[in-house]
Design a protein around this ligand. Sequence first.
Ligand code: HEM
Length: 284
Amino acid sequence: MSFLRNAEKLFNNVYLFTWDTFIALANLIAPNRKPGSVIPHGQPGAGRKWPEFVPPGKGDSRCCCPALNALANHGILPRDGRNIKFTEMTHAVKATFNLSSTFSIFVPTYAADMLHKNYKTDSFDLADLNVHNGIEHDGSLLREDARFDPKQDTPNLPLITELLASSTGKAPAGDLCFTHADLSRASGKRRGAARATNPDFTLNKSQKGFASGNCASLLLVFGGRVAELEPFLTEERLPEGFEPHILSRWGLSLLVFNLNIFKIERAIKEEAVPVAAMVQNETA
Ligand code: HEM
């Protein structure tokens, strides 16, 4: 049985990555979407008009992912964050962030497998995604490690303020923005600090891939713009008049995404932080 399941998974992945290569090539040839009309007509966000932002209330389910929380905070996913079909998540991330069909299927399928659920038929609550050492991992940029913050459902403002202050890039219009090198540096610093203070610290290869993938999403979806990332990361709100910076006709392919992950992860140098210095900082 498990042999058959593994064979099916392998087949699905070969199919998905082949399809993705075609999407990446088609994006090179096809003209880009025009700024102002990236979100398809009839979808939330078309013409840069988003459903109202309402912060989560008591009893609402939220998770460690700012993007999925933002979708619930705007009512693009159910506002209570509960009973969401995996296929509904695929549709919402694809339309809102201009991701390719392959990307939008791959990550939710991975999440369904992680939760031992069926991608096509099952549902989940956002908080289900917080399972530690599934996709959620130690050394994240926006949350303390699960040892110190077991719920993982709210932004950690001191970490985010430090991150936002660390950008060094300038966009053509002069806006502050993150570069790949900025996010490699911030990740190296954060991983070093987490390793020094968390006796349970772990971070395996695939989690490093997810971590740098999350950094890549900040660069690609938000163009790394600090002014847009500020509401997104601190309030889990789509910035006023938001539109994804991905203009590709068929959305962000896994191939392009993975090249960005590789660029970020390769340049990460984990900073060794002496424990004594951490203790001193915390008591200062
Ligand atoms: C497609 C379905 C998605 C799933 C199942 C998912 C799941 C997750 C999970 C479990 C985490 C926690 C990782 C950690 O411990 O740091 C996370 C973090 C994150 N996700 Fe998502 N995510 C999805 C889509 C997206 C999208 C579309 C974006 C960007 C627009 C995004 C941006 C982020 C960011 C920036 C983080 C925070 C990383 C950090 O704290 O270092 N995610 N996501």
